[in-house]
Design a protein around this ligand. Structure first.
Ligand SMILES: NC(=O)c1ccc[n+]([C@@H]2O[C@H](COP(=O)([O-])OP(=O)(O)OC[C@H]3O[C@@H](n4cnc5c(N)ncnc54)[C@H](O)[C@@H]3O)[C@@H](O)[C@H]2O)c1
Length: 331
């Protein structure tokens, strides 16, 4: 998508944090935006933050796990602004703890919102986008936890890895239909994730073995180094907008600390230049369309228009050859 003016976006989990940052970036680009969230009070506060642009924004309460509500909320959104062109499945919860201590309720809560919410958004809006035929883009919010797993984050990582897989496949499925798909995998972003997770967990799924970490109060968290150096939600929103414009598979996930010019970036650049002086001959590099790491290999294959070959691998062929992140046995 190149032209955003007058187009319509629908963002879940947009009462705060990254979702609100996306909505702000979309409004600045001239779009009409439907912001949805399960937390009504936070949604009202978010709406008020748009000031004189509030006419371009509509707030609707939506629990992304509620399949029945999705279609009526989609109808309401279309009545307000017309057909939706950009769908951002962003609502999420953060649940942590060791997997051996997790309960079924923990799993259902985490997967229900983080993965089920994305599934429900896709099921609701893809047919509508195909029907209006004006093209569009879908952004699913995953995480760095959807690209690399870590101790104590098994439930969260499971849900976020699934969102990456869903998005990559959906991108291939929709690439000839005028609908782009991106998966956003940020590292730390300033948001209310700890606080909101504690509020939105339904009583029916409250039996917890792997509870979310206790939420520190906002003031002390804002002063903590990890929060202070994290990307702002506004910046995250602008990066997502730029990623849609470029039709990135994964909009830039670089943190502020690794942005060009930052101390960490400088350190890495030094390492790179040291490596470059190594007497070992360097392997010739494959050239990719934009600055891409090996993780992007599968994306490039899709981007270059060979989605057909992705879908038509015979089962006895080592599909892993196109997927550098997956190890297969020799069988
Ligand atoms: N903040 C980070 O560092 C970070 C890093 C990587 C990924 N993420 C992901 O970004 C997304 C947005 O989170 P955030 O960090 O902006 O936190 P946030 O708490 O500010 O936003 C998440 C929003 O989702 C809403 N939500 C939760 N359950 C919901 C449900 N069932 N239905 C509808 N809305 C629901 C919450 O009310 C909240 O407004 C999440 O998917 C999160 O996993 C965040």
């Amino acid at each position: 998508m190149q032209n955003f003016n007058g187009k319509v976006a629908f963002v879940t989990g947009a009462a705060s944090g990254i979702g609100l940052g996306m909505a702000q970036a979309f409004v600045e680009a001239g779009m009409k935006v439907v912001i949805t969230d399960i937390r009504k009070n936070a949604l009202d506060a978010a709406l008020a933050s748009f000031g004189e642009k509030a006419a371009d924004v509509r707030g609707i309460v939506l629990d992304v796990t509620d399949r029945k509500a999705w279609s009526s909320v989609a109808d309401e959104a279309e009545r307000a602004f017309g057909p939706v062109h950009v769908l951002c499945n962003n609502a999420g919860v953060n649940i942590s703890g060791r997997m051996q201590e997790a309960t079924y309720s923990d799993w259902d809560f985490c997967l229900g919102v983080n993965l089920g919410g994305v599934v429900n958004g896709v099921q609701t809006f893809v047919p509508r986008m195909l029907a209006h035929g004006e093209g569009g883009h879908i952004v699913n919010t995953s995480s760095m936890g959807g690209l690399s797993a870590s101790k104590g984050a098994g439930l969260y990582c499971t849900s976020k890895y699934a969102v990456v897989g869903l998005s990559e496949s959906l991108r291939a499925d929709l690439m000839d239909q005028g609908i782009g798909v991106s998966v956003y995998c940020p590292s730390a972003v300033q948001s209310e994730l700890f606080e909101s997770t504690a509020v939105v967990r339904p009583a029916a799924l409250a039996d917890s073995g792997a509870a979310p970490p206790p939420a520190p109060d906002l003031a002390s968290r804002a002063a903590s180094p990890i929060f202070a150096t994290a990307m702002t939600a506004e910046e995250a929103g602008r990066r997502v907008l730029a990623g849609i414009r470029r039709n990135d598979m994964r909009p830039c996930r670089t943190n502020r600390r690794t942005r060009p010019g930052s101390p960490r970036w400088a350190k890495r650049a030094t390492c790179r230049s040291t490596r470059n002086r190594s007497p070992r001959p360097r392997r010739p590099r494959r050239s990719y369309p934009i600055g891409l790491s090996r993780l992007w290999l599968r994306h490039c294959t899709v981007q270059r228009g060979s989605a057909h070959s992705l879908q038509s691998w015979p089962t006895n062929q080592p599909a892993a050859s196109a997927s550098p992140r997956v190890c297969h046995s020799s069988q």
